[in-house]
Design a protein around this ligand. Structure first.
Ligand code: ATP
Length: 314
């Protein structure tokens, strides 16, 4: 009943609201928000909102790593990270000039081979305490492209399913490995990049063909999230589902993909039936869009949003 939410390259997310961003000059900020950031930490926060047991993990380093851990503790989120040398990164978002967002993103630490081995040992220890793993986001520098593939394999050696929300070479390596992730959640663009084709979110018959690409053989769930169009999914030996959602008022869509992954993990860990897993996942994505905070859902509105999702076999 416990989910391990992995973020290999977490950050302290800093928000600077400014009426106007003045280049090549001093900009003074009066209200600063600093949060524990990273896609897997959004997953952890949503699971926490849903009152589901979880452990957040990944690598932390330096004083900024300690600060991040303290922010998580202040939110009541259980973290158990491997410590390495260096400094955890900061990612700065300047919100300015009526809706513009300028971001400055640090790359983060570069891991050594010893750091990688140390993290995998730490991960093996945590697998004894959890029933499902989610892995989200990009790999930090220094780790091999097949690092997530290794984590999937180690998960399975310990009898724990692994859901992977990544993109690019790390996702491809996990799909090309012998041991497949149990679930992937590309959006339409990420799916297109994977198979080298354009994906049209309105042409589900074509998407059904595209999901039969041999690259996906052996992956139990492929959930393609489609923003306001809901999702299209392939499950098991070849069941396809469309999840349609009603139009809702969107406040902040950032992190909806992470909330969707949290919903997929939450529902799976509760042994919900396939269609219900999708309905819960869409509900979490939608709930996130209706909040200003990233990676946050209000459980009091769950039933209301759940009723706005229709899942049908395709
Ligand atoms: P992100 O990278 O911002 O975390 P994503 O591209 O991975 O997101 P999306 O497909 O945009 O993921 O969104 C995930 C889910 O969130 C959707 O399947 C849907 O349930 C919900 N969602 C996202 N955008 C909207 C929207 N505009 N209206 C309603 N629901 C939305």
């Amino acid at each position: 009943m416990t989910i391990l939410a992995v973020t290999m390259n977490p950050s302290i997310d800093v928000q600077y609201p400014l009426d106007h961003l003045q280049l090549d000059d001093v900009n003074r900020v009066t209200t600063v928000r600093k949060t524990a950031g990273g896609k897997g930490l959004n997953v952890a926060r949503v699971l926490h909102c849903l009152n589901h047991p979880l452990i957040a993990t990944g690598v932390l380093c330096g004083y900024f790593g300690q600060y991040l851990q303290s922010r998580l503790e202040a939110d009541g989120i259980r973290g158990d990270f491997a410590q390495i040398d260096g400094e955890t990164r900061s990612c700065i978002a300047i919100l300015h000039d009526g809706g513009q967002q300028t971001e400055v993103l640090e790359k983060g630490p570069t891991l050594t081979a010893d750091d990688a081995a140390g993290f995998l040992d730490h991960y093996r220890g945590l697998l004894k305490k959890v029933d499902l793993v989610t892995i989200s986001g990009s790999l930090p520098g220094g780790l091999p492209t097949d690092f997530y593939a290794q984590m999937v394999h180690i998960g399975h050696e310990n009898g724990v399913p692994v859901f992977l929300d990544a993109s690019g070479a790390a996702l491809r390596a996990a799909l090309e490995a012998d041991d497949k992730p149990d679930l992937i959640k590309p959006n339409d663009e990420e799916l297109g990049a994977l198979i080298g084709e354009t994906v049209d979110r309105t042409d589900l018959a074509r998407m059904q063909q595209q999901l039969q690409n041999p690259l996906f053989d052996g992956v139990d769930w492929i959930v393609v999230s489609l923003g306001s169009k809901g999702a299209f999914a392939k499950h098991g030996d070849g069941d396809f589902y469309q999840a349609a959602i009603q139009k809702i008022d969107v406040v902040n869509p950032v992190g909806s993909g992470d909330s969707t992954l949290a919903g997929l993990a939450y529902a799976t860990d509760r042994h919900e039936a396939a269609a219900d897993v999708l309905q819960t996942a869409m509900t979490c994505g939608m709930l996130n869009t209706s909040e200003a905070k990233t990676g946050f859902v209000n459980p009091d509105r769950f039933d209301d949003y759940h009723a706005k999702v229709t899942v049908t076999k395709f």
